[in-house]
Write a protein that binds this ligand. Structure first.
Ligand code: NDP
Length: 336
């Protein structure tokens, strides 16, 4: 489990404003805090697209949003809003050469209702939406039951809402507190919620999913997922999105299932393919448009937990790994 003292906050020099061609000086406004960063705290992250953090060096996290302060790039001007899906450093000011493949791009903030933090819901929003659409096999009119673990988190809360919009009839969320359960069934359209820290998960699943489970959006893995898979129907589908319950352990990704659960998967012909949103970049433009439509119309509700100050970014990750967030965990670093 990561701890607050794994992180150190330092004052450093303001970068040189003497910019190279195509270089821009960026000021960070918000950072996205993601479970995958726990894997960046290992020497080997287990995946090629994530670099391990080096002790004593500035952390390079996942997405962030900020503004251009000064530009030596013909297509970028001071005041432009910048976004990167991967590789945003946890620092107030930094310079970047903007070339193909850096991942940094300009964002039209009006598309996001003028709200900077909204941009950082894109990563999890697209993951939830494309995950359900590509791996969930939701069939409108088929009366399907969808279960989501990590349901009160950023990805899970959106995945459940998308499953209903795509045609599921019964939606059940699993999460780690009563407050989170209440949010799912009052503010969000979940039909039922299970607190895995207090409830008997097997029993509650049987009560809330009397016709079995057809779609399982799995954010957590481990015992919770074993309980869900045991109650999945024939020819049902797991969206293997993440396995946060295993991220503090030294196991490969995705961790292997126990023999009895694997047998259940085989007997019931359950699909359980690894899902990685980065494999669907060609869908991003359309999916972004669709997601923003749903959010603007209030059909998908989002929530954020905002930690104040760059110096608390490490604490925000520690808190997320302990379930301290509801919806998307962000750090507010500065205003434009
Ligand atoms: P969340 O907002 O869901 O935050 C993480 C949540 O996980 C915590 O709030 C906590 O909630 C829960 N959690 C922590 N430890 C455990 C545990 N041991 N058992 C069960 N739940 C636990 O994060 P994200 O929405 O950003 O990410 C959700 C999942 O999606 C992660 O597994 C992540 O790796 C994955 N992901 C996958 C992507 C892909 O392309 N496949 C892309 C982006 C994310 P609680 O109080 O309920 O315990």
């Amino acid at each position: 489990m990561p701890e607050d003292d794994n992180f150190r906050y330092e004052t450093c020099a303001y970068p040189s404003e003497d910019l190279d061609t195509n270089e821009v000086l960026i000021k960070t406004c918000y950072l996205s805090i993601d479970p995958a960063s726990r894997c960046q705290m290992n020497e080997d992250t287990g995946v090629l697209y994530l670099q391990p953090w080096k002790i004593g060096e500035t952390i390079v996290g996942l997405s962030g949003v900020g503004v251009v302060v000064k530009s030596a790039h013909p297509d970028y001007n001071a005041g432009d809003v910048m976004y990167s899906f991967l590789k945003w450093p946890w620092i107030l000011y930094f310079t970047r050469k903007i070339t193909d493949g850096t991942g940094f791009r300009k964002i039209d903030l009006a598309t996001f209702g003028g709200k900077m933090s909204m941009v950082l819901h894109l990563g999890v929003g697209l993951t939830a939406m494309i995950g359900i659409q590509q791996k969930g096999h939701v069939t409108p009119g088929a009366n399907q039951t969808c279960v989501v673990s990590g349901a009160a988190g950023a990805c899970g809360s959106i995945a459940g809402q998308v499953a209903l919009l795509e045609g599921c009839k019964n939606l059940v969320g699993i999460c780690g507190s009563q407050e989170k359960c209440d949010w799912l069934v009052t503010a969000l359209p979940f039909n039922g919620a299970i607190n895995y820290k207090k409830d008997n998960v097997d029993q509650k699943l049987a009560e809330l999913c009397p016709a079995g489970i057809d779609v399982y959006f799995d954010n957590v893995g481990g015992d919770i997922s074993d309980s869900v898979i045991k109650q999945m129907n024939k020819n049902s589908h797991v969206v293997l999105c993440g396995q946060i319950s295993q991220y503090n352990k030294d196991v490969p990704y995705p961790p292997p299932l126990t023999d009895s659960i694997q047998q259940k998967v085989n007997e019931n012909n359950i699909t359980r393919e690894r899902f990685l949103v980065l494999n669907y970049t060609s869908e991003f433009d359309h999916a972004t448009w669709q997601l923003l439509q749903w959010i603007h119309r209030g059909e998908v509700k989002i929530r954020e937990t905002v930690t104040e100050g760059l110096g608390n970014a490490g604490r925000a990750l520690v808190s997320l790994m302990r379930g301290g967030n509801m919806g998307k965990q962000l750090v507010h670093v500065s205003d434009p």
